[in-house]
Design a protein around this ligand. Structure first.
Ligand SMILES: Cc1cc2nc3c(=O)[nH]c(=O)nc-3n(C[C@H](O)[C@H](O)[C@H](O)COP(=O)(O)O)c2cc1C
Length: 184
């Protein structure tokens, strides 16, 4: 028993433990043509909004994008986003300055939400990958133009999501030498 097993619930439904999801999540950049169901999308968005945030400010706002007229524009200015051509949807995680309580925290809050989304997507059998928008000023500007985002809102990350058409294996990245005890 190492805490990484998948257990059966009393209802006989298979669920993934948190640690198992963390251990096995990988970026998925190839997707089948199957659409993401609205209920699946809700699971992912609920996970996002469940994230911790500084002063519980929850500064996030989301754009769910399925229109490939827009999505296919992104690889023209974001060099590592080719998977968007085949992703059935992408979710843009934004920071809305009207909810920000203390400056300088929103990118951390939005990144916590982003990681929750990746884990939730993986847990329910979807594949996803994190595409960085902030702090690249050109990406921010182009994404804002493309999606009509108001001045006080900053796009932070974009997540491509779909049914996986590749299954990258887990990687053990534990490096005990990176850990310092008590003092550096
Ligand atoms: C801040 C950040 C930016 C990233 N940007 C991209 C990106 O633009 N394109 C991409 O394909 N993957 C991107 N990734 C995914 C990383 O490449 C990936 O997480 C890393 O290689 C580890 O692989 P894994 O996610 O499969 O564990 C990004 C991840 C993070 C955290």
């Amino acid at each position: 028993m190492n805490g990484f097993e998948i257990h059966d619930t009393e209802m006989g439904e298979r669920i993934m433990e948190t640690l198992e999801a963390i251990r096995t999540r990988r970026s998925v950049r190839r997707y089948t043509s199957e659409q993401v169901a609205p209920e699946q999308l809700e699971v992912v968005l609920r996970a996002a909004m469940q994230a911790p945030s500084a002063s519980n400010s929850q500064p996030w706002a989301f754009i769910v994008a399925t229109d490939h007229k827009l999505l296919n524009e992104i690889p023209k200015f974001h060099p590592y986003s080719q998977m968007l051509f085949s992703a059935p949807l992408a979710v843009l995680i934004c920071a809305d300055d009207s909810y920000v309580k203390k400056p300088g925290r929103w990118m951390l809050d939005c990144s916590a939400a982003t990681q929750n989304m990746l884990l939730a997507a993986h847990e329910i059998g979807l594949g996803a990958v994190w595409l960085m928008i902030y702090p690249d000023s050109e990406r921010i500007r182009r994404i804002k133009d493309l999606f009509g985002i108001p001045e006080i809102v900053t796009p932070v990350n974009l997540i491509a999501i779909g049914h996986p058409d590749e299954h990258p294996l887990p990687e053990d990245r534990y490096k005990p030498e990176r850990i310092h005890y008590e003092r550096w």
